[in-house]
Write a new protein. Structure first.
Ligand code: ADP
Ligand code: MG
Length: 288
């Protein structure tokens, strides 16, 4: 419980001036925790096959504290996945810098676990084999591999399913395997790109609770992209709202509700109010 309360105090600072305007000014509190990820004036342009340049992201700046749960909301095609890939070091920004604990990101780093909408499991491997994969690639000895994978499978509550293949699992269970695999190298940050987008509503609720538990237990910093405003409001310490392309950071909304948050909270006036505010920012056209 103490841990949950401490976690709640981990706040994020947004340095972009436009995000400082409006009624959320008061929420722009400096993190008492060490800054973990910093995105500084980052822009991204893509050049298509027709040689035309598209500016997907236009000078975004934010900083995320250690152990924070941050969601990113924004219209389709605004650059949420692009921002994630740049943070993971899998895509290079056109302008600006991204740092992890003060060190510039220059390429892929193991300190980052990624979960996508599709679990992307190897169908011929068992649950155990899929979770062990990143450890194998890193050359971790077999005994240690087996032990770490078991712990991760236990973390996502799939013990007993180690020998099953992905085709024998439900969609929710497959995403649990993807989370266990992403956590196997004990990353300090978990990047999740619409991980529950393909799941039915009930499984999604269950996975939201599970993700909250896993993030509290592992103390990982989580950056979570979703199209569900409710999911973002329920799970996050803060929500970043991006504008349409070329995207800027439109607003940051603080959600100072203690954890663990019960599923009933989803139907509460408190979350309802936050959802309305987020929706208003998403739907508005003008500057905030
Ligand atoms: P989101 O995840 O918010 O839906 P993306 O990050 O996938 O958006 O894409 C942002 C914009 O950048 C889109 O307009 C998309 O077409 C463009 N884009 C993304 N990746 C590429 C690429 N490899 N080449 C050209 N354009 C791209
Ligand atoms: Mg995307």
């Amino acid at each position: 419980m103490v841990e949950a309360t401490q976690r709640n105090r981990r706040l994020m600072t947004i340095t972009q001036p436009s995000a400082m305007a409006g009624q959320d000014m008061a929420a722009q509190v400096k993190s008492p925790r060490p800054e973990f990820i910093r995105v500084d004036n980052v822009s991204k342009e893509f050049t298509g096959a027709d040689l035309k340049t598209v500016r997907a992201i236009d000078s975004i700046s934010c900083s995320i504290g250690q152990g924070e749960f941050v969601s990113i909301l924004g219209p389709s095609g605004c650059g949420k996945s692009t921002l994630m890939m740049m943070i993971a070091g899998l895509l290079k920004q056109t302008e600006g810098t991204i740092t992890f604990r003060g060190k510039p990101v220059t390429g892929p780093h193991v300190d980052c676990g990624i979960v996508f909408q599709d679990a992307v499991l190897l169908p011929w491997r068992t649950v155990q084999g899929n979770v062990e994969l990143p450890l194998e690639v890193r050359g971790v000895p077999q005994r240690e591999r087996v032990e770490v994978a078991r712990k991760m499978i236990d973390l996502v509550r799939l013990s007993g399913f180690e020998g099953k293949r992905p085709s024998e699992l439900s969609g929710g269970m497959q995403q649990r395997v993807a989370i266990a695999r992403a956590m196997s190298l004990k990353p300090s940050v978990l990047l999740m790109d619409e991980p529950f987008g393909a799941l039915d509503a009930m499984t999604r609720d269950e996975m939201n609770l599970e993700l909250q538990r896993i993030s509290l237990e592992s103390n990982a910093t989580v950056i979570f992209v979703t199209h569900s405003i409710l999911e973002a409001a329920f799970l996050s310490d803060r929500v970043l709202v991006m504008s349409g392309r070329p995207s800027t950071l439109r607003k940051v909304i603080d959600i100072p509700i203690p954890r663990p948050r019960p599923i009933d909270l989803m139907n509460s006036d408190q979350i309802g109010g936050i959802v309305s505010r987020l929706r208003a920012v998403l739907e508005s056209k003008g500057p905030h």
